[in-house]
Design a protein around this ligand. Structure first.
Ligand code: NAP
Length: 318
């Protein structure tokens, strides 16, 4: 029997629906919709698509999202100036700077920019203050992708407490916060990475296996304990027909999509895993839609916290 497919598109739609009355209440109390400022430096094609999606999804549920562009040949100081202006604006509750920044801005530009965002408006949850709060399991704004993974696991009835969880990948934006969130929900967590010995055997211990690597179809069936829940965070654009033919059978919808578009977004998890896993998030339609839904949720949360701070009923996040 094939794995149960965990539908990220449906969970994301449910999360967005739940946000709508909160947004309406905020708009009434604040006299304006919650505001999200998105900073895009340069014209990276993937970033253009991500930002367009974020603006569209925000607008659809009644947030006021605004795009501020910085030229590709701008300096890190130009981005910092935009961030400072957004931090200071009372009508902006959330601020995010789309990654990656143009290479010409310098190797430390991303860190400098993240450090400059007001932690109370840091809707990506990447700032040291919010990461520190996550480490200590205190309220804060946490990274959207791993929060989305927790949402789909919990809403799908996957038991986390007591489970063995293996996270492959240790990035600041996915792997590390993912491991912490699972730990805080009482999983026994192992973090694996490129230096992990006998990775497949380690992964096979998992009741919950999260792949956040960025290598298409890397996690094969021998990585997966029968019945395990597998979460595929990876998204890699593949344009080599030989790879697509090797992974997806003739006549499959994925082959058809490749034939139509000339490329395909492929996850870290090999299609054969569907024959071993108990449940699986697909790519596309799994973690991707959740990431944007959780960005919107963080923006609403930031606005609610600002409102509570303003009215003195609750301290702000900052
Ligand atoms: P990243 O910063 O490149 O980190 C990749 C991690 O994978 C690193 O920790 C690396 O280990 C590990 N790794 C690489 N090769 C490995 C191997 N052969 N064996 C074991 N571990 C290996 O990537 P990221 O930003 O975390 O993103 C990971 C993937 O998720 C990417 O495909 C990205 O596009 C995708 N993503 C998707 C969403 C979404 O919304 N769907 C959001 C964010 C990211 P080392 O640390 O040892 O180098």
């Amino acid at each position: 029997m094939g794995a149960r497919i965990l539908d990220g598109t449906a969970v994301a739609a449910a999360i967005r629906d739940e946000l709508k009355p909160r947004i309406a209440a905020l708009a009434a109390a604040l006299g304006r919709p919650p505001g999200l400022g998105i900073v895009l430096a340069g014209h990276d094609p993937a970033s253009e698509i991500y930002v367009r999606n974020k603006l569209k999804k925000a607008g659809e549920i009644g947030l006021r999202a605004e795009l501020i562009r910085v030229p590709a040949d701008g300096r890190a100081e130009d981005v910092l100036a935009v961030v400072a202006a957004l931090n200071a604006r009372a009508d902006v509750d959330g601020v995010l700077v789309q990654s990656p920044l143009p290479a010409g801005m310098g190797a430390d530009a991303e860190t400098r920019v993240i450090d400059a965002i007001d932690p109370g408006k840091d809707v990506d949850g990447f700032s040291a203050v919010n990461v520190g709060r996550l480490v200590q399991n205190r309220p804060g704004l946490a990274a959207c992708t791993p929060t989305g993974v927790i949402e789909i696991l919990e809403r799908s009835g996957v038991p986390i407490a007591g489970a063995r969880a293996v996270v492959i990948g240790r990035s600041d934006i996915v792997g590390k916060p993912m491991a912490l969130m699972l730990l805080h929900r009482h999983a026994t967590v192992t973090i694996c990475h490129s230096r992990t010995r006998d990775l497949a055997a380690m992964a096979r211990t998992a009741d919950i296996l999260v792949a956040a690597i960025g290598r298409p179809a890397f996690v094969t069936a021998d990585f997966v304990k029968p019945g395990a829940v597998v979460v595929d965070v990876g998204t890699t654009q593949v344009s080599d027909p030989a790879l697509v033919e090797a992974w997806f059978p003739d006549g499959s919808p994925r082959r058809a999509a490749f034939a139509k578009n000339g490329s395909l977004v492929v996850g870290d998890v090999h299609p054969d895993v569907a024959g071993v896993a108990g449940a699986l998030t697909p790519v596309p339609g799994g973690v991707g839609p959740l990431t944007i839904a959780l960005l919107l949720a963080n923006t609403v949360r930031a606005a609610e916290t600002h409102l509570a701070g303003r009215s003195g009923t609750r301290p702000g996040l900052e």
